[in-house]
Design a protein around this ligand. Sequence first.
Ligand SMILES: [Zn+2]
Length: 467
Amino acid sequence: MILRNIYKFVILLFISVYFILSDQNCGKKERSTLYWNQRYETLPREELEQLQLERLKMTIERSFYSVPHYRSVMQEAGMGPEDINCLEDLQKLPFTTKEDLRNNYPYGMFAVPLSEIVRIHSSSGTTGKPTVVGYTRNDINNWAELMARALVSGGAKKNDIIHNAYGYGLFTGGLGIHYGAERLGASVIPISGGNTKRQIMIMCDYGSTVLTCTPSYALYISEMVEEMGLDPKKDLKLRCGVLGAEPWSENMRLEIEKRLDISAVDIYGISEVIGPGVAVECSCKKGLHVMEDHFIVEVIDPDTGEIIPEGEEGELVFTSLTKEGLPILRYRTRDIASVDYEPCPCGRTHIRMSRVSGRTDDMLVIRGVNVFPSQIESVLLEVGYTEPHYLLVVDREDNLDILTVWVELSSKSFASDEVRKLEELGAKIRGEIEAALGLSVKVKLVEPKTIERSEGKAKRVIDNRKL
Ligand SMILES: [Zn+2]
């Protein structure tokens, strides 16, 4: 009898240990913490596609009747809202580009009067007019919902203290995460970027459990933690990180997870589509689930515009399904990734996109800041004493992106080979570039005719970050 009770006890103990351990594993977590909105995140494929079609029809109708740009491009293509009868019909629509948004700057793409817009964000506008995005109250509501989903997908819970080190302001990162964290019911610390030592002090004192920022900043924080002689395991309570807004590698993830003793997931977003919360990884960390009840994703060949088969890389194109302020139809993101339709062990039915591996244009993302070679070119032309031959070398030193601008001196300036003058010139160029980019850079002055010339497209960038 006693022996039977002991057996029972041992078996129960095994079962309990199994459930406790399986809680840590992908797809085995207790449902209440695995999903934020279980119904929509696990909607059977057929129902999901039906919902997408209904919402797509509504979005196209709204766009056609409320946005002159969309009406004219649809009319040019010889189509109207009545031609959308299945999801494949979306492919009849012309693409929307950043240029279209710029041409309709600032409010031309809005589908509602400004009186219904409650929030405006925009891109930095470093290469011309910024792209402006507007949100109605419902849009903000949906965005908060998606961000709450994303945070839960990354492991956050209601009783977490979320340390939000994304920038607050026109950039969508800070406020996007902020509203999602509040929707979740977590305690959000709106710390924004910068002043890393103070950030760490606050993390220690306030007991932050979730970190949200760019991956490179997370690594920088980890270095500073070490420098301050702190032990993440003892002095910090961080448990997970929801990191994004710049490309990062799997090795970088492992490094961050090890150094900060957290589990880190990748989050994807683009302001023209909504901001952060377009797609996010689950605990399986095998691709980012696209929030398909709010967006349709397509992958196209950037040169031909043809749809690319599953699993192959191409340019991501998004269509919004619920946005009122700025409905976006087949928006070309210039981000390169692939999609995977295989069901995910986590139970979510939404398809997964791969990490973004690059961009179709020549834009560089350095420490979260968009840099275009043309910006540097125009600075160099203004300063003078240099040739418009330059090279941007990007390295990752001590886990931070370093941009070094190689500048070729003109033969004239090099003739006056006084070291002091050259130093002054280097400092002046650096100052002008930093002012233009809002980013610290290194400048290396090189002798005339040392930068390789090209007969075709000039090679302006050497990116040694190897993602
Ligand atoms: Zn999953």
